[in-house]
Design a protein around this ligand. Sequence first.
Ligand code: GLC
Ligand code: CA
Length: 595
Amino acid sequence: MKTTHWVILIAVLLVWQACQPKGRNSESSNMVKQDSTHAWWKEAVVYEVYPRSFKDSNGDGIGDLKGVEQKLDYLKALGVNVIWLCPIYSSPNVDNGYDISDYYHIMKDFGTMADFDSLLAGVHKRDMKLIMDLVVNHTSDQHRWFKESRKSKNNPYRDFYFWRNPGPNGGPPNNWVSYFGGSAWQFDKTTEQYYLHLFAVEQPDLNWDNPAVRDSVFKMMHYWLDKGIDGFRMDVVSLYSKKKGLPDFPKNFDGNFAHFYANGPHEQEYLKGMYHKVLSHYDVMTVGEASGVHLDEAHLYVAPERHELDMIFQFELMGIDHKPGPDYSLPKKWTLPEFKKVFIRWDSALTARGEGWNSVFLGNHDNPRVVSRFGNDKEYRVPSAKLFATLLMTMRGTPYIYEGDELGMTNAPFKTIHDFRDVATINRYNEIKAKGGDLEAFLANQREFGRDNSRTPMQWNDQGNAGFSTGKPWIMVNPNYKTINAAAEEADSESVLNYYKRIIHFRHEHPTMVYGDFKVIDRSNPDVFAYIRGEGNDRYLVLLNMSNNPVDFALPESVSRKSWNLMIDNYEDGQSQSGSSIKMKPWESMVYGEK
Ligand code: GLC
Ligand code: CA
């Protein structure tokens, strides 16, 4: 070869090498963070799988990894491109996998590591991505670290958790309460100290102030990322750093304990450490469950230049219809202008100002079904379920669909306490019972707000157990599966499922739905949520009639001067706009493009 050829060859090799992703392990595809305003995770449509309730492959009544794999074609056909898998690690299942006893193994009920590898490969083969739940605010009390920790005061793992002497009168060290009811402290006889658990007694909180805890967590994250997963949903991420000295709630405490526990003094430092030591080595997405994080604190987690998280889940919308009561949250009336305000506030605080990227969700495994909660799950179940699909897919921010919402699944008809499985419901029930409180009122409340509402099995068809399992399901199947199920909806062109497919496709086809401006029109309208996406010549008008009544929606002049072309309507038979008002049926949703 001539010298010039060598020079060219070497130059080509150097350029090639420079273009390769720089990561710890160049074999996986998830290497190196992209750092631009556009990003794959902003354009993604995420689907949350609660594996226990998704699909049971072996007839033991519990959903499993093989079951999820069997349904990947269904998810692909739906059009989602990221799957968030709720915890699948070894767990005694006090809190359905959110109590982890071994981060490196798969829960027996769910299968084996080989099943996981096969699932991950199946996801990637279909050009989708998989993110895992990262649950490291606490472990299970059956985790080896905790078993060691409780053995003696000088065990090397003692400081992995929060151990404190009893308070002055022998009671708990402070007056903190658990999210699941009762004191946040549990006395342990062996060493006569209390340990902290912000959730169930069996979920002791990890002490993030201990560098060994952080290193152990980071090492475990590398393990999963090196397997090729595409990111994490981080469980109660805002609670990692605890207030210095673990002080009592202040006098005149407003009862908002989530906010009191969140945003501890070292929170941002720990997340930055996580980013630099772990996340920055991969092109992955992160979304933190930001319990207790208020609007003005959110940017601390997601402002791009801070390098902490990509997105958070904020809970303002999930709190709109209830308020803290003495024993449990009580219903609260909400209005549509308040509902809109949540979207306006979060969009402008984060995305519009460039201080972060929003995430949009209307339900998850901790909340009741969206159609029962904010919609009408009786005579307008189908249009209201479709309307929420429209809302999700036309908002700025990454949308998260919760499993079954794409079928318009509803809350379940739980009757007695025996129908419930959730540790939060059962613990509180027992607490109220012990006090001689009103159990009927509590059950009525849980039928409406209980977390089990969203955990009943996926309704695949009208066969036994909704096609979820050939065995006895771990929790009741909603009897409405005879009519509400995937098979029936696949065959019906006007089903909620087929509408989801259409509107998801629409989002993928129109980047303006992802990145375009978001401007609400007629903020005070009590029935219609109306907004414009985009700007200039690329604008869309979205109208959502969130009421049980027909409405004649008057377009403001700036909007009515244009002529709009109806692109998607959840009633399939809507009219293109003419004149200055639009007639809308109950729960009708319409997306118009500018002509
Ligand atoms: C999060 C999870 C919830 C769990 C809790 C404790 O809120 O979403 O399901 O019970 O954290 O891990
Ligand atoms: Ca199973």
